[in-house]
Design a binder for this molecule. Structure first.
Ligand SMILES: Cc1ncc(COP(=O)(O)O)c(C=O)c1O
Length: 388
């Protein structure tokens, strides 16, 4: 199908369209800055070194940290979360996490728990996706070392009360890993002011980069064991992986081609302003929520007030099959969305939509109110059809 005929409401899965420069940068990198970064000393290697450094710096500006070496590149948020979780935890540690976590947190924790290396406690969440803070306060144990929080849910859009949770964890000496897969580039994040110890993000969603890009901010007081060891282009005479950051957590040739695109995505955000992106996306989500609320038979999931959420919301229709609704939206209306569990089974348990899941709509910065009107009319038609 011609992409121009589609209306794209699946930005929570991956953002589309991208700013024009994001499409062009990978080609330019492959033609001009193609050397293997950190390896040789020739012109094209230096150009690719410079490109990576600029990308680290731009991401540092976005998240307000000044030392680019505290940023390591990863394949995506899943990779960054694995590097953080498996690199930080020791045997017998206890971990807290919320019911809104994605499988990219649930599964690494589940593996370590099944191997009897760690113990975990899940903080339940309300049917709006808010963590139960009373439960949370009582869930700490003597051996709790890490709290993992999904900054904003990819099912309901709910923004977690990060400030309260970080303060509470830090009072007990517990470090905090924030999963910013749905918030990076979309709501302002200041890792220093917010005292974030570890921030994992993906490049292909709110940062507008290509797939295969992402990263992890590691606070200066955090030391992670490397998951991967190998070539770094530095200290090649020794058979122990270098200690210095970022090489300590980056082995092998980096995805310079994808990162060239990511740099342009981040530059677009820095020029536009995260606040402006958040303002526009909040307006869109607010409008969509209010319009869908008028359609009887639909159940909406996620906070009613856009200040509590990112541009994601879910709905179900009186027991109708979500996959079928998604199919009709695409085949009859050219509307692209996501249906099912969205890799977050516990979140669906919390909001009462397990195992069927929901229809998820996630307008992006480039969506318009006209697009939303078309979407709302399509949902309205489907509801009418279902009631006949
Ligand atoms: C909250 C959350 N965490 C982690 C991820 C994983 O991101 P990626 O697939 O880029 O690794 C996603 C992706 O949907 C997500 O929504």
């Amino acid at each position: 199908m011609d992409d121009n005929l589609n209306l794209y409401f699946d930005n929570a899965a991956t953002s589309w369209p991208k700013p024009e420069a994001v499409y062009k940068a990978p080609e330019k990198q492959m033609r001009q800055a193609y050397g293997n970064p950190g390896r040789s000393g020739h012109t094209h290697t230096l150009e690719s070194d410079r490109l990576l450094y600029q990308t680290r710096e731009a991401i540092g500006r976005l998240f307000s940290f000044s030392d680019p070496a505290r940023l390591i590149f990863a394949l995506n948020a899943t990779d960054a979360l694995n590097i953080a979780i498996k690199g930080f935890l020791n045997p017998d540690d206890h971990v807290l996490y919320t019911a809104m976590e994605h499988n990219s947190v649930l599964r690494p924790l589940g593996r370590l728990r099944r191997d009897e290396l760690i113990s975990t406690t899940m903080i339940p969440c309300s049917n709006q996706g808010y963590p139960d803070l009373d439960y949370f306060e009582k869930a700490f144990q003597n051996n709790t070392r890490l709290l993992v929080v999904n900054h904003a849910s990819n099912v309901t859009g709910t923004i977690a009360p990060l400030k309260e949770m970080i303060e509470s964890a830090h009072r007990r000496g517990v470090k905090v890993l924030v999963d910013a897969a749905q918030t990076a580039g979309v709501i302002p994040i200041d890792v220093l002011k917010e005292n974030i110890d570890l921030l994992a993000f993906t490049g292909h969603k709110g940062l507008f980069g290509p797939t295969g890009t992402g990263g992890l901010y590691v606070a200066p007081w955090i030391d992670l064991k490397p998951l991967r060891e190998g070539g770094t282009g530095s200290q090649s005479e020794i058979d122990i992986h270098p200690e210095s950051m970022p090489e300590r957590l980056e082995a092998g040739t980096l995805n310079s081609t994808g990162l060239a695109g990511l740099l342009e995505g981040v530059n677009f955000i820095l020029e536009t302003g995260v606040e402006e992106i958040h303002r526009k996306e909040s307006e869109l989500r607010d409008y969509l929520y209010k319009q869908l609320q008028k359609i009887s038979g639909l159940t909406l999931y996620g906070p009613e007030f856009n200040s509590h959420s990112v541009s994601v919301l879910s709905f179900t229709l009186n027991g109708a099959d979500c996959g079928e609704i998604g199919y009709i939206l695409e085949s009859n209306y050219g509307i692209l969305c996501r249906t099912g569990l969205h890799c977050a089974p516990m979140a669906h348990q919390a909001i009462g939509t397990f195992p069927e899941g929901t229809v998820r709509l996630s307008p992006g910065y480039f969506s318009s109110q006209d697009d939303l009107d078309y979407l709302v009319n399509a949902v309205h038609d489907i509801v009418q059809l279902a009631s006949e």
